[in-house]
Ligand binder design. Structure first.
Ligand code: HEM
Ligand code: HEM
Length: 199
């Protein structure tokens, strides 16, 4: 079995180890479900795929737990496997930004090569990593209103806290839309790798 597997994947490079794939397919649906159910809660409409408030709130409730656990697990994995270096932008990314933008803006057909993620991906993934805790803390402040009052106190009340939660949702939605667009249009091999692990 092991030799068959190594034969099948011979010559292919492991791009995403199983923990990152498993966690990607936990937090990604949770974020998408959070966006659809959250915007339904703000302004009920069938466009979001729900027919009543009860199912939207139940979905948001399940998504919040999946998101919290997979986010914490991904942060732990990033720290223990030291792969946060692949995600956080560094000086080299800033220096190579013009080269990256030139290609993205169709000013050159020469595709620049990067160690793993390009500067755009790093910025998007780091923004997710920073915005999701904002979403979790503001969300918990709206959810556990009696025992966890700190976020509401800091925001100046439950209504401003709700607005903060909403603002973070808009930013996460924009990032998710950009990420999905690039994931679907950049390279089929990279798209495959988030399912199979190999490129
Ligand atoms: C990326 C993930 C998430 C997105 C996009 C999102 C989005 C939203 C939006 C747009 C609303 C409606 C705000 C309003 O207009 O009142 C909302 C409500 C809410 N969210 Fe989230 N949220 C997410 C994650 C979370 C998490 C992690 C928690 C809790 C830990 C949470 C708890 C809540 C609660 C309690 C409400 C109020 C629901 C109600 O009134 O029934 N959310 N969310
Ligand atoms: C159907 C929707 C989605 C598709 C098709 C998709 C696809 C992908 C692909 C192909 C990669 C790997 C890119 C590469 O190897 O260069 C990736 C990575 C990633 N995606 Fe998504 N994605 C989706 C939704 C999301 C959402 C909603 C989030 C929001 C948090 C997200 C966050 C990430 C992150 C943080 C990574 C880096 C993974 C790591 O290194 O651990 N994705 N995605």
């Amino acid at each position: 079995m092991k030799s068959l597997l190594s034969l099948l994947i011979k010559g292919k490079k492991l791009r995403h180890p199983w923990p990152t794939r498993l966690l990607h397919w936990s937090y990604a649906p949770a974020v998408l479900a959070g966006i659809l159910s959250g915007f339904y809660i703000t302004r009920p409409s069938r466009v979001h795929g729900f027919t009543n408030m009860d199912s939207a709130r139940k979905t948001h409730f399940i998504a919040q737990y999946v998101l919290i656990s997979s986010y914490l697990a991904r942060v732990y994995y990033a720290y223990s496997a030291k792969n946060y270096r692949e995600i956080i932008p560094d000086l080299k990314d800033i220096v190579r930004m013009p080269e990256f933008l030139k290609y993205q803006l169709f000013l050159t057909s020469k595709k620049p090569k990067f160690p793993k993620y390009n500067p755009g991906q790093k910025i998007v993934y780091t923004s997710f990593a920073l915005l999701i805790p904002v979403q979790i803390v503001t969300g918990l402040g709206l959810y556990v209103t009696k025992r966890f009052q700190k976020p509401a106190t800091l925001a100046g009340g439950l209504n401003p806290l709700r607005k903060l939660h909403y603002l973070a949702s808009v930013s996460i939605s924009a990032l998710a839309a950009g990420h999905i667009y690039f994931a679907l249009t950049d390279s089929l091999k990279k798209l495959k790798s988030i399912f199979t692990g190999y490129k």
